[in-house]
Design a protein around this ligand. Sequence first.
Ligand code: PLP
Length: 395
Amino acid sequence: MRQAGRHFLQIPGPSAVPDRILRAISMQTIDHRGPDFAEVGQTALEGMKGIFKTSQNVFIFPSSGTGAWEAALVNTLAPGDRVLMFETGHFATLWNKMARRLGLEPEFLEGDWRGGAEPDRIEERLRADTNHMIKAVCVVHNETSTGSVSPIAEVRKAIDAAGHPALLMVDTISGLASIDFRFDEWGVDVCVSGSQKGLMLPPGLSFNAVSDKALDYSKEAGSMRSYWDWQDMVGPNATGYFPYTPGTNLLYGLNEAIAMLHEEGLDNVFARHARHGAAARAAVRAWGLEVLCARQGQESGVLTAVLMPEGHSADAFRATTLQHYDISLGNGLSKVADKVFRIGHLGDFNDLMLMATLSGVEMGLAKAGVPHESGGAQVAMAHLIDTKEERVAAE
Ligand code: PLP
């Protein structure tokens, strides 16, 4: 049966696509080898450098983020190479599994899924690796399964403090364009991202930002690869073209998204996400529920993962909210399946959308008979009223 009004897609990506981007994507597809395409390609490639905050290299693949994960590994690492990964949650675990499948030897520093990667432990492990057998350190920036953020600049410092030459690889699939990310300043070597989160696009594009050092490695090193080869991209990309058919219409959308992010100002975008995260957590605590991220200062502005009270099913609760209030909340993944639900507050999102979302959650808690204190949405509202952010001039 038809549901009146609009659906609230409050999973932590894909995020709802703004009308401006939908309109841009709906333009007629053009010849990706024709003269008009060069500007589309160049604008996208240059524009993404600004989003990653890099003057080095960016590659764009017509794939989901998982493809760019693979590209990061196969362009720089060969079977048998050791990599150090940190278990921040489900996505770090999947990247680790991929590394094993590709014949790498990942070492997984165990985590409790309640915070970001720990630089001290990374430094300790690297110091013990006196023969420099570890070729890369891989960290997830915003762990979408838990709502925790890893301190990337501190991870770089840890690698340097250990005097270790390993490459730093970062998955910022759900962090980019929502949480500050500084590829060059933080000394990242390879970064992985995707279109369907902070960039406000539908799924279907993925990205690698690549340092000159990592690109040099890829000339000689790496694994067997073809579709993901950065070296095939370099030549055509220089004039705005691609070695195979790009996601032409998604690139129109990407150029619109980049323009929108600069119109708002990247710092304002980051502040907006952080403020919405804080308001959401205030609501959760007022409901008497627990936020999964337990490390102060590492809570995500992209999503809030909420622990269900013992004996209550997160999936049953989500089904109730979907049925009665037409809102999709994120599910708990692998280790925390059915134990948490995730509230996405990312992308093209404002105060009233957050209030509707939190009201939907609170109504759902009541409808599903989940024990809680009422009034969390009210607390979030007060937080928003009290903290209307000062906006800096857009770029
Ligand atoms: N890494 C993170 C942090 C993610 O959030 C996701 C998807 O949600 C992925 C990797 C996998 O990306 P995709 O589903 O686009 O292949």
